[in-house]
Design a protein around this ligand. Structure first.
Ligand code: BEZ
Length: 254
C-alpha cells in the first residue's frame, strides 16, 4: 500500500513554488466573490488560500498534513487538519476549491461525496488536478526503479490521474452536475534539478527503502527521465497534464 506522503513546507516552497503560481488561473476560474464562504480542499501551505481571502471570501482550508496546516496558519489562514475522504461539513460552502491536491486522494468517490455534502445547494466545485498522462515519464521511471528492487511499483504509487470522462462520471455519480472538464497539457519548467522534485514529491516510493538508498534511486530515476525531460539548455521540464473542472450541486426542489 502507498505510505502517506510526508510533507515538508520548506522543501515544497523551494521545489514547487510554481504550483500556486500556476494555480492563479484556477482562482480566476473560480471567480471568488466578496463574502462567499469557500472551502480550500488540500490547501497545503496556504499560498492560494490567501489569494481567496484577498478576494474578500471567508475561506477555510483543510489539508491532511499537520506540517502544511501549520505553515498555512503561520500566514494567517484559517486552516485545519482534515483528510479529504472525511470532510465533515454539511451545506456550509458556496464553493469548494482545490488546486493540485486531488491527485493525492485515491478514493476520489468518497472525497467528491464529501464535497457534495459540504456545498450549499447551487454551490460550485472548481479545481485543477493532475489528469490522464500526468508525469507519465516520471511515474514510469519510479515504478521501474521499484520493480528492480522487488517492490510492486503500482502498489506504492500514491497518485491518481483520471481521464476527463472518468472524472465527469465520478462527479455525476456523487450527485454533482458537470459544467466542464478539460485536459490541458502543461509541460512545466522546474525551478531546479529534477532531484528536488523527486525529493519533494516521490516520498511514497522512496520510503519503502532505507534512507541510505534514496540518493541512488533518485540518481537512477533522473538518468532514466533525462532524455525526455531535460532540455538542451539544461532546464528540467516535468510532463504535467492538468484536469480542470467546474461542477455544481443542484438546487434542491421542495
Ligand atoms: C502534480 O501537481 O501534477 C503533481 C505533483 C506532485 C506529484 C505528482 C503530480
Amino acid at each position: 500500500m502507498a505510505e502517506a506522503h510526508r510533507w515538508d513546507p520548506e522543501g515544497y516552497a523551494t521545489h514547487a513554488g510554481f504550483v500556486p503560481d500556476a494555480g492563479a488561473a484556477v482562482v480566476e476560474h473560480l471567480a471568488p466573490r466578496p463574502a462567499e464562504k469557500i472551502l480550500d480542499l488540500g490547501c497545503g501551505d496556504g499560498v492560494l488560500t490567501e489569494a481567496l481571502v484577498k478576494a474578500g471570501a471567508h475561506v477555510v482550508g483543510v489539508d491532511s498534513s499537520a506540517e502544511m496546516v501549520a505553515a498555512a496558519r503561520n500566514r494567517g489562514v484559517d486552516a485545519q487538519v482534515m483528510d479529504g475522504v472525511a470532510l465533515n461539513f454539511v451545506e456550509e460552502f458556496d464553493a469548494v476549491f482545490s488546486n493540485a491536491a486531488l491527485h493525492w486522494m485515491k478514493d476520489l468517490a468518497s472525497v467528491i461525496a464529501g464535497v457534495n455534502r459540504a456545498l450549499k445547494p447551487g454551490g460550485r466545485f472548481v479545481g485543477e488536478m493532475g489528469g490522464e498522462g500526468n508525469v507519465a515519464t516520471i511515474s514510469q521511471a519510479l515504478r521501474e526503479a521499484m520493480v528492480r528492487r522487488g517492490v510492486d511499483g503500482h502498489s506504492v504509487d500514491p497518485w491518481v490521474f483520471p481521464s476527463p470522462e472518468a472524472f465527469a462520471t465520478l462527479l455525476e455519480s456523487q450527485g454533482l452536475q458537470v459544467e466542464a472538464v478539460q485536459l490541458i497539457d502543461r509541460p512545466t519548467v522546474l525551478p531546479g534539478d529534477i532531484e528536488g522534485w523527486l525529493e519533494t514529491f516521490a516520498g511514497s516510493f522512496l520510503h519503502h527503502h532505507p534512507l541510505s538508498e534514496h540518493p541512488a534511486i533518485i540518481a537512477e530515476v533522473r538518468e532514466a527521465v533525462r532524455p525526455r525531460l531535460q532540455s538542451a539548455n539544461g532546464a528540467w521540464v516535468a510532463d504535467y497534464v492538468r484536469l480542470r473542472f467546474i461542477a455544481h450541486k443542484p438546487v434542491s426542489r421542495a
